[in-house]
Design a protein. Structure first.
Ligand code: DC
Length: 220
């Protein structure tokens, strides 16, 4: 069984998807973390992001591992734990450009589908219900007011020791939303049959409860 959770940056997908996975005893898959890991590999190797062949070469050579460990997702790049490094600002600033590259998407989608074949998963991202798992049993599209999303992201960044202003974070979110929604390959889009949840006024428990209820109602 696949529960697909899509939506723009900082709409509450990660926290919700993690808790839903835990409650339903399913695997949690953060596909954004995969695009972030590729971005980190490209930045570390000083690859020119406009040089298509070089980007493809780095993608072909990298070894990416992603798995749940207790309550957290571990992301390994060539054996090194990069779970923290992929959340840094340089990665965040470049990830939309990297995830717009078709070759990168195809490589990531293949890994995502292989994981989904092996286990019941709650998968969060931008194109999960539309492209990666179009036959997912459950499709959720989470949205929230941009200021609300920026406040949430700012809190996360402060907890990681990154000092940013609300305005900076809001500008970055808007820029990423625009890029992620207008790219030609698998743009951020609500699947026709997805259920939209506006999390602006909801607590995490309410968001999780809504999804759990949907799954339980259909499965009973
Ligand atoms: O969920 P996130 O903010 O960590 O995702 C980082 C970036 O990865 C986001 O700006 C768009 C991209 N992404 C994507 O294109 N497709 C996905 N399925 C997941 C993320």
């Amino acid at each position: 069984m696949i529960v697909a959770i899509d939506g723009p940056a900082a709409s509450g997908k990660s926290t919700t998807a993690k808790m839903v996975a835990k409650k339903l005893k399913m695997t949690y898959l953060d596909t954004g973390a995969m695009y972030r890991a590729v971005t980190l590999a490209l930045l570390r190797s000083n690859t020119d992001l406009d040089d298509y062949d070089s980007v493809c070469q780095v993608v072909d050579e990298l070894e990416l591992d992603i798995y749940d460990q207790g309550a957290k997702t571990v992301v390994k790049l060539d054996g090194e734990d990069v779970s923290q490094a992929i959340r840094s600002m340089p990665v965040t600033e470049n990830v939309s450009a990297v995830s717009a590259v078709k070759y990168v998407r195809e490589a990531m989608v293949e890994i995502q589908r292989n994981i989904g074949k092996k286990t019941n998963c709650v998968v969060e991202g931008r194109d999960i219900g539309t492209v990666v798992f179009p036959d997912a049993e459950f499709k959720i599209f989470m949205v929230a007011d941009v200021k609300m999303r920026a406040e949430r992201r700012l809190k996360e960044l402060h907890e990681m020791g990154e000092n940013r202003s609300l305005q900076e974070v809001m500008t970055d979110l808007k820029r990423r939303d625009e890029k992620d929604s207008t790219r030609s390959h698998s743009p951020l889009q609500k699947a026709d049959e997805a259920i939209e949840i506006d999390t602006s006024m909801l607590s995490i428990d309410q968001q999780v409860g809504k999804i759990i209820n949907l799954v339980r109602e259909k499965n009973n």
